[in-house]
Design a protein around this ligand. Structure first.
Ligand code: NDP
Length: 303
């Protein structure tokens, strides 16, 4: 029987995840099909009930359901519990286990960003949504001592700090209001800058003025294209990395959970590149649909 894995989101019209997961199943000779399920929030409980069926290896969950799905499943891993968000489901009989593979995906990206340098201890994070939760938890686990979160709606950043209160009790985790001058002064004191907002996803704009970037920064943008922020960072002489590494490794971690096998990373990376070349831009953590497709060209390496 062909096994099924589904991506549950709203909307989910095109998906980089589908391309990379299907390529991985095919390469490994696993008889499985990765399907896209566009389900509105009201349909989520029914979708989750269906995934409990025997034909399913599991699922991915994406915007806007990552947090909403938590009360519908039976068991959470430590990362899912700590972040309060689930992006991957596995099945134990009819019980569902919720995982957050954005966290290990981010940790691989952070290691790649830092390279051979000593792991820094200070970071500035822009954004306080679902992606930011995985980032902040990854930074706490990586031993960061000071992390400052800026968000357009300050209360959301404050909520995130409160959420991590206990796991961050030993460190300085702060929410600050979004003002260019405050961001600039915090960036001057830090080594790692992470964009976890969607600014730059649909338009070729940066969340912060290019002038505040300096050559000794390590800059990660969760968006998987060469955004204006990353281009500005490179112009300033900083190290810049886009979100593809995180996307690839969250997918690889999910694949390993579903199949019990190590993910064929090269095959998945090639499939990602192939899908991107065909204009597919949406995946876990990224709004999908017509509004997105085609809008990223200005930020693509070809520009
Ligand atoms: P959410 O919708 O949960 O959060 C969006 C964030 O962007 C919020 O902090 C929001 O601020 C901010 N934002 C959006 N528009 C603006 C604006 N015009 N001005 C200021 N702030 C703005 O999304 P996610 O956290 O899931 O995703 C955020 C980004 O990270 C997306 O681009 C997504 O593609 C990427 N991502 C990449 C992953 C990867 O594997 N590479 C994994 C997860 C996410 P506010 O709260 O004030 O609205």
């Amino acid at each position: 029987m062909t096994k099924r894995v589904v991506l549950i989101g709203h909307p989910v019209s095109h998906s980089l995840s589908a391309a990379m997961q299907q390529a991985a199943f095919d390469k490994a000779g696993i008889d499985a099909r990765y399907e896209l399920w566009d389900r509105a929030p009201i349909e989520l409980p029914t979708a989750i009930a269906e995934v409990r069926g025997e034909s399913f290896l599991g699922a991915n969950v994406t915007i806007p359901h990552k947090e909403r799905v938590v009360p519908l499943i039976d068991k959470l891993t430590e990362e899912a519990q700590a972040t309060g968000a689930v992006n991957t489901l596995t099945r134990e009989g009819r019980r569902l286990v919720g995982h957050n593979t954005d966290v290990p995906g981010f940790v691989v990206a952070l290691d790649k960003l830092v390279g051979r340098q000593k792991m820094p201890r200070q970071a500035v994070v822009l954004g306080a949504g679902g992606g930011s939760r995985a980032v902040v938890y990854g930074l706490i686990r990586a031993g960061f001592q000071r992390v400052v979160i800026f968000n357009r709606h300050l209360h959301r950043a404050e909520g995130l700090v409160k959420h991590f209160g206990r796991s961050a009790a030993h460190m300085d985790l702060k929410a600050m209001p979004w003002h260019d001058s405050i961001i600039e002064s915090e960036i001057a004191k830090t080594k790692v800058l992470i964009n976890a907002t969607s600014i730059g996803l649909n338009e070729d704009v940066s969340p912060i003025p290019g002038e505040v970037l300096t050559g000794d920064l390590l800059v990660l943008d969760l968006i998987y294209s060469r955004t204006r922020l990353l281009r500005d960072a490179e112009s300033a002489g900083a190290v810049a990395l886009d979100g593809e590494t995180m996307l690839l490794h969250q997918g690889a971690a999910a694949y390993a959970l579903w199949t019990g096998q190590a993910a064929p990373l090269e095959v998945m990376q090639d499939a990602l590149a192939g899908a991107r070349a065909q204009g597919v831009r949406s995946a876990e953590g990224e709004p999908a649909g017509d509004a997105v497709v085609g809008l990223g060209e200005a930020a693509s390496p070809a520009s």
